[in-house]
Design a protein around this ligand. Structure first.
Ligand SMILES: NC(=O)c1ccc[n+]([C@@H]2O[C@H](COP(=O)([O-])OP(=O)(O)OC[C@H]3O[C@@H](n4cnc5c(N)ncnc54)[C@H](OP(=O)(O)O)[C@@H]3O)[C@@H](O)[C@H]2O)c1
Length: 357
């Protein structure tokens, strides 16, 4: 491999099961790893630049049946990054990957990684977009918003759409898509600044600050004709309040339940019987179910982005990989507006690639 590549680098391993809260220095540990002296035929050496922090990460730390296996103690924490190819194995076709290409991959929480070429997705940056968009407005959380609304929400013009976790990565895109589809969109988020961001910057029709003691009353006032589509990122009391406001034949897109992820005993909604009386379709989904349609969705999202109908918003934590554990805790505390990323290495340190930065 090239003499310019480092021989050692940092990774973060999952060290101790949270009970139930993540404690950055206990749950995770930094370790130094060494790069191999040569690559196997189908391997790529990549340098990770930005790490996605995802609400689902808390569930990956718990050993129970889920949509994906838990992370094993003492292994590198699972994570999705945008990375640049530094070197390729002898059998990797240059038409597929070459030095300088941007890829997204589940490299884990690491500065460098050696991965099999079949597990890397080459980033083909559409005009008017950037590689970083593949971690936010064209990334997994945006795809989640897209498929949740496309497959379950089915927003019709004039319908009332409520989105919780609305200022976060998934919710901010879900609300904007619902607006594009002609919905009257109400976002629920924590704090005045986030609510102002939703209405002033993203074009939501109204916002509810769930940290205000009168939030339930405001939600009632804003939904006089009830809720036709609810995109749920948080579960708990907010899901319950939205069930109480559900319109007949409404669709509840059950995307996530972040309010319950750190609870020792997650709680379900008391108003569940409204599913029967109001004939609610309440359906959960996992974005990976639509993996064969990501390209199709990205084309649509990129078109909206370049047309100015969709805004990108990232919350980038700088200072390197070591910042990831504390930043993950901050995600559950609502420290982010938009997509939370950790800058492992800035784009200014990237090799000149094929994609425009
Ligand atoms: N089904 C899927 O395939 C899929 C894929 C991706 C994500 N998701 C889900 O989508 C949701 C959002 O994930 P994300 O990665 O995009 O994170 P995010 O929304 O960018 O960040 C999490 C946000 O959750 C909010 N939050 C935290 N605790 C809360 C509580 N107790 N009550 C209400 N809101 C709370 C915080 O905002 P506030 O300041 O407003 O509280 C925080 O900013 C998660 O539930 C995640 O599991 C599902």
């Amino acid at each position: 491999m090239s003499a310019q590549n480092p021989t050692s680098y940092k990774q973060i391993i999952y060290a101790e099961r949270p009970d139930p809260a993540i404690i950055p220095d206990k749950t995770f540990k930094v370790q130094t790893a060494s790069l191999p002296s040569s690559l196997r035929p189908n391997e790529l050496l990549v340098r990770a630049h930005y790490l996605s922090l995802d609400a689902a990460m808390r569930s990956w730390l718990t050993a129970k049946r889920s949509y994906i296996a838990p992370v094993e103690i003492n292994s590198v924490m699972r994570g999705y990054t945008i990375a640049q190819v530094l070197d390729t194995g002898a059998a990797v076709p240059r038409t597929k990957f070459k030095k300088g290409d941007w890829v997204t991959a589940t490299t884990g929480w690491t500065e460098y990684a050696v991965i099999q070429d079949k597990w890397a997705d080459k980033v083909d940056v559409p005009a008017g977009c950037t590689p970083l968009d593949f971690m936010s407005v064209l990334g997994m959380t945006a795809l989640t918003a897209y498929f949740g609304l496309e497959e379950i929400g089915n927003v019709q013009p004039g319908e009332t759409v409520v989105v919780s976790g609305a200022a976060g990565a998934t919710g901010s895109v879900a609300g904007q898509i619902a607006k594009i589809k002609g919905g009257r969109v109400i976002g629920i988020a924590g704090g005045k600044d986030k609510c102002d961001f939703l209405t002033s910057s993203l074009g939501f029709d109204a916002a509810v600050d769930y940290k205000d003691p009168n939030w339930r009353q405001r939600l009632r006032e804003l939904t006089p004709k009830y809720i036709d589509v609810y995109f749920d990122n948080v579960g708990g009391d907010i899901l319950d309040a939205c069930l109480a406001r559900a319109a007949k034949d409404s669709r509840f897109v059950i995307c996530g339940a972040i309010s319950q992820y750190n609870a020792a005993t997650p709680k379900g909604p008391a108003n569940i019987l409204n599913v029967i009386s109001q004939r609610i379709t309440l359906k959960g989904f996992i974005v990976m179910d639509y993996a064969d349609r990501y390209d199709e969705a990205r084309k649509v999202l990129a078109k909206w982005l370049t047309e100015g109908k969709l805004q990108r918003k990232e919350h980038i934590v700088t200072g390197g990989l070591e910042k990831a554990p504390a930043a993950l805790v901050d995600l559950y505390a609502g420290g982010n507006t938009g997509k939370m990323l950790v800058e492992i290495a800035p784009l200014s340190e990237a090799l000149p690639g094929n994609a425009k930065l």
